[in-house]
Design a binder for this molecule. Structure first.
Ligand code: LIP
Length: 263
């Protein structure tokens, strides 16, 4: 069942990425509206991409639920829900920075069981099934991912992101300033889904972000956890309040440091 859900996510995700690439104009993309703040932008292409994904999944599995960044929630009857960010990294998409993705996850009885992420600009794809590992796709081959250990916390390369609301950003910037002297360096690419895939690939050692929505986290979080990384919230499961990710070799020390820095 989970393999079938993943294959549907990949098929729909690839079609959505091809659609976005086909319709994206040269230069900057027009902003259609803003949400939580004047810089929390959405484009007509975000909305159309989500509609395409909704339609394809509904045609294949009409009794499933759906939670998407740009549209209304659909309550299903099958026990399977889809959690979708049609374009994660919208600001990058608007500016033409090639780090934006389609993120599609399937939840069964409220637990994410399959996740798929594709970098729309590059075509790079990642997938995972719960208990079945995570991988980068090479055509139809699966290059299994195993996140590397970290010798010491001070050598950790940390990815992060910032909320769109100025008051929250101020607090986040102060916390990052406290964190920075204790780690190798910080990276901020602007797509949580791609950050989480990069962690699974070993391109970062740790991650912290406040304010992630479930559609930012669902697919990439499974890809990261299935590569051997630990995910945590401030006290318990990762959630909108806080998402922390690290390799077990530094996780406890890193999570304590993040809390001490005031995230
Ligand atoms: C983005 C996240 C990113 C975060 C941005 C934004 P969006 O999602 O993927 O990690 O730092 O502020 O929330 O809005 O591009 O779908």
């Amino acid at each position: 069942m989970t393999e079938a859900l993943l294959e549907l996510a990949r098929s729909v995700g690839r079609e959505a990425a091809m659609y976005v690439n086909r319709v994206r104009p040269k230069g900057r993309v027009d902003v259609a509206a803003t949400k939580s703040s004047p810089t929390d932008a959405v484009t007509e292409i975000d909305r159309a991409c989500e509609e395409l994904i909704r339609a394809r999944i509904k045609a294949a599995r009409p009794d499933d639920g759906f939670v998407g960044e740009e549209g209304d929630d659909v309550i299903g009857t099958s026990g399977v829900d889809w959690v979708v960010d049609p374009i994660d990294g919208t600001v990058n998409f608007i500016y033409g920075i090639p780090m934006y993705s389609v993120s599609i996850a399937a939840r069964q009885d409220a637990e994410v069981v399959a996740g798929y992420v594709v970098n729309i600009a590059s075509g790079a794809e990642w997938g995972a099934v719960r208990g079945g590992g995570s991988w980068r796709y090479d055509g139809d081959d699966r290059l299994l991912l195993s996140a590397p250990s970290v010798a010491r916390l001070s050598h950790a390369l940390v990815a992060t992101g910032f909320n769109y609301v100025p008051e929250i950003r101020t607090k986040q910037a102060e916390a990052v300033a406290r964190l920075l002297p204790h780690v190798r360096d910080i990276r901020r690419i602007g797509s949580a889904a791609l950050d989480l895939c990069a962690l699974a690939e070993g391109q970062y050692d740790a991650y912290v972000e406040e304010g992630l929505k479930e559609w930012d986290l669902a697919a990439g979080g499974l890809i990261a956890s299935e590569s051997g990384l630990l995910l945590s919230g401030l006290d318990g499961e990762p959630d909108e309040r806080l998402v922390m990710v690290a390799h077990p070799s530094i996780a406890e020390e890193y999570f304590d440091l993040v809390r001490a820095c005031g995230f």
